[in-house]
Design a protein around this ligand. Sequence first.
Ligand SMILES: Cc1cc2nc3c(=O)[nH]c(=O)nc-3n(C[C@H](O)[C@H](O)[C@H](O)COP(=O)(O)OP(=O)(O)OC[C@H]3O[C@@H](n4cnc5c(N)ncnc54)[C@H](O)[C@@H]3O)c2cc1C
Length: 371
Amino acid sequence: MADFEIAVIGAGVVGLAVAARLSEKHPRIVVLEKNEKYGMETSSRNSEVIHAGIYYEPGSLKARLCVEGRNELYALCKKHDITYRPLTKLITATNQTELTKLENIRQNAGKNGVELQLLDKSSTLKKEPNIRTEGSLFSPSTGVISVHDLMDFFFHSVQSNRGIVQHRCQVADVRYVNGEYEIALDEGGTQSVVSAAIVINAAGLGSDLIAQKIGIDIDKENLRLSYVKGSYFAVTSSKANLVSRLVYPVPVNEGLGVHALMDWGGRLKFGPDVEYLDDRSLDYSVREEKRHAFAESIRRILPQIEDEDISPDMSGIRPKLQKKGQPARDFIIAHEKDRGLPGFVNLIGIESPGLTASPAIAKYVERILFS
Ligand SMILES: Cc1cc2nc3c(=O)[nH]c(=O)nc-3n(C[C@H](O)[C@H](O)[C@H](O)COP(=O)(O)OP(=O)(O)OC[C@H]3O[C@@H](n4cnc5c(N)ncnc54)[C@H](O)[C@@H]3O)c2cc1C
């Protein structure tokens, strides 16, 4: 018999959500995490927005799992005292061209089952008197969540279900041998091997490389990830009260556009921008040279912000499946039994709305494995 029934590679919000759910019925589960604590990569470097599900391609996994995950997250927050705020969101159009795009966004959201209200200029200014606007879309179901609280909740659920989260434990290799998976581990220079009947690859920025280790040609299959950095700038405290909810521009090109958000310390921040990286180093520094371009993007929404009102804050790195300039791709969540890998599940390209979708991703993984 294998050492574990299930091994989950990666203890970000997705790996933890999956492990929390599966451990309810399958307690012989281990989560293998290379860092010293769970959630130290993308899961703690994001906007913490509970997305409504507005922009995603109708029928896509992103759309379906975002809407389902959002409802689940609100329910989890209420039931388990996880910190959240139902802040709501405005998408503001700042000229006639953008105004015409609002209707397309509203229709797309409608196909995803997301209700948005179209507001004229004066109704928008009643909600947010300081923003630049010709009209907006109001999303009542968008909110923010403490991702750390959420990950703590999933982590403790795994533990109380008798599962194990093993930190400082890098997966160096995975092989399918005699009907089970042999997982080679590197724990601070000490090598070992554990076996599992089921492996779930939730390794975030490293998920494509885990797929490669199990024998998938990630270049031929177009699964090699691009690293796409998103930086944030914080606004000086004297201007932190200029908005009271999430405010987004009408999206242009890739990403949702630099938007306004509030962190848990009450600071107003703007971000994330979109920067394709040339390599896979995890450089989270925010470059001062971006200040002017950032301030310009912010002034699209808040004309009162001067260059000197903002300062470099934090950044995160998106694991994107598409290369620069290519159309958005959907999440890959695949039980690889057709490749001769029964019980091996790949989760690749889990960029936004991966946090929002996390509890729904967990259910989806359970379904493709066990029903
Ligand atoms: C700038 C930015 C803003 C975002 N904003 C939002 C938002 O507002 N709302 C939203 O819903 N989503 C948002 N997202 C997306 C969301 O953060 C991610 O979808 C989510 O955090 C992905 O979680 P994960 O568990 O898949 O990945 P991660 O958090 O990256 O976790 C993967 C884990 O795997 C581990 N790992 C990797 N390789 C190995 C290995 N070989 N062995 C062992 N462990 C390994 C890593 O150390 C890591 O801890 C944003 C993302 C970014 C970058």
